[in-house]
Design a protein around this ligand. Structure first.
Ligand code: FAD
Ligand code: NDP
Length: 315
């Protein structure tokens, strides 16, 4: 028999959808992923430390703990969680067919909450068989405390909230942190910018792009090039951290849903409805504007309510 609701993903959007669907007695099944798109079940917040802007935690809460709590709440109300990645969906048939690592099932409605994954820069030296993971990472919070980075100069690429947060975090360990940004103004929110600008261990390298990473076994330096035609310079660093945004996790949809030019799922404004009736999308996989835990959670709630409404119309 087909499940009424299958939720794919495991971040704040997926768990909020699960809590609402489970409390509505729709017996949701969640595929939380197994290192799906390179991120642990629980999503992006498993890669960060303090979350200070999620309401209800006046002293902040660690990202992984917040996700553990959301998962426990989903389970408490009866969500069945399967620790597998969904590799394929057939939306041409009703019920929909879902194929995961070793489980195949059917569903009357699907809630897509697969989030987004950190982007990398591919220049000479940063490849998988070069210095990637040998001083180069896309997650300062995961890797920044490694002994190889202690008391060393490090660099972060990007000008958004992630770059500010990661650079500030890295100053706990590093002798100095360069923030290399391709423009001369930041995209980050005012408070995050100010923290980084006020930090004496952070030096901004404005209007520069990464050109090359150099080293033998481990990263030793990076070459950055002016975006204003003012030449190159080499910075000695033991660590390089990308904080240049995210790619939505939509490859497994195989073109069955309408996506925008950056591969985010297109939803009807004001709803979580996708281009396929009965398939709903919430969280970062359909939101490139706000991309916050609380907005993801809010849209997860909306997706569950809309799926419930849709199911009521089927019976
Ligand atoms: P995600 O958190 O992206 O999780 C989706 C997860 O679903 C994936 O990670 C993966 O585990 C799983 N998945 C993916 N594909 C599949 C598949 N095919 N099958 C099964 N499972 C799959 N926001 C804040 O509000 N406050 C903060 O302090 C904050 N700090 C952040 C710090 C960092 C370093 C980063 C990167 C982001 C931060 N954000 C913060 C943003 C916030 O993490 C995201 O907006 C939020 O996690 C998005 O939630 P989501 O539910 O859409 O999905
Ligand atoms: P953003 O998309 O906000 O920023 C990406 C940054 O990387 C931009 O400054 C961009 O430059 C730069 N960039 C992109 N591509 C390249 C490239 N090819 N070469 C060089 N630089 C590049 O992503 P974030 O990950 O910073 O933030 C994502 C979301 O998560 C945001 O909504 C943010 O608010 C949220 N977040 C919130 C936090 C918090 O509230 N504590 C912490 C971390 C993230 P340009 O500006 O020129 O486009």
């Amino acid at each position: 028999m087909a499940h009424k609701i299958v939720i794919i993903g495991s971040g704040p959007a997926a768990h909020t959808a699960a809590i609402y669907a489970a409390r509505a007695e729709l017996k949701p099944v969640m595929f939380e992923g197994f290192m799906a798109a390179g991120v642990a079940a629980g999503g992006q917040l498993t890669t960060t430390t303090d979350v200070e802007n999620f309401p209800g935690f006046p002293d902040g809460i660690m990202g992984p703990e917040l996700m553990d709590r959301m998962r426990a709440q989903s389970v408490r109300f009866g969500t069945e969680i399967i620790t597998e990645t969904v590799n394929e969906i057939d939306m041409s048939q009703r019920p929909f067919k879902i194929v995961a690592d070793s489980t195949t099932c059917e569903a009357d409605t699907i809630i897509l909450a697969t989030g987004a994954t950190a982007r990398r820069l591919y220049v000479p030296g940063t490849g998988d068989d070069e210095l990637w993971m040998r001083g180069i990472s896309a997650c300062a919070v995961c890797d920044g405390a490694l002994p190889m980075f202690r008391d060393q100069p490090l660099a972060v690429i990007g000008g958004g909230d992630s770059a500010m947060e990661e650079a500030t975090f890295l100053t706990k360990y590093a002798s100095k942190v360069y923030i290399v940004h391709r423009r001369d103004t930041l995209r980050a929110s005012a408070i995050m910018q100010q923290r980084a600008l006020d930090n004496p261990k952070i030096e901004f390298v404005w209007s520069h792009q990464l050109k090359q990473a150099k080293g033998d076994d481990l990263l030793k330096s990076i070459v950055v090039e002016s975006t204003k035609g003012e030449g190159e310079k080499e910075l000695e660093v033991a660590g390089l951290f990308f904080a240049i945004g995210h790619k939505p996790n939509t490859d497994f949809l195989n073109g069955q849903l309408k996506l925008d030019e950056d591969k985010y799922i297109v939803t009807t404004p004001g709803t979580t409805e996708t281009s396929v009736e009965g398939v709903f999308a919430c969280g970062d996989v359909q939101d490139k504007k706000y991309r916050q835990a609380i907005t993801a959670a809010g849209s997860g709630c909306a997706a569950a309510l809309e799926a419930e409404h849709y199911l009521a119309g089927l019976s």
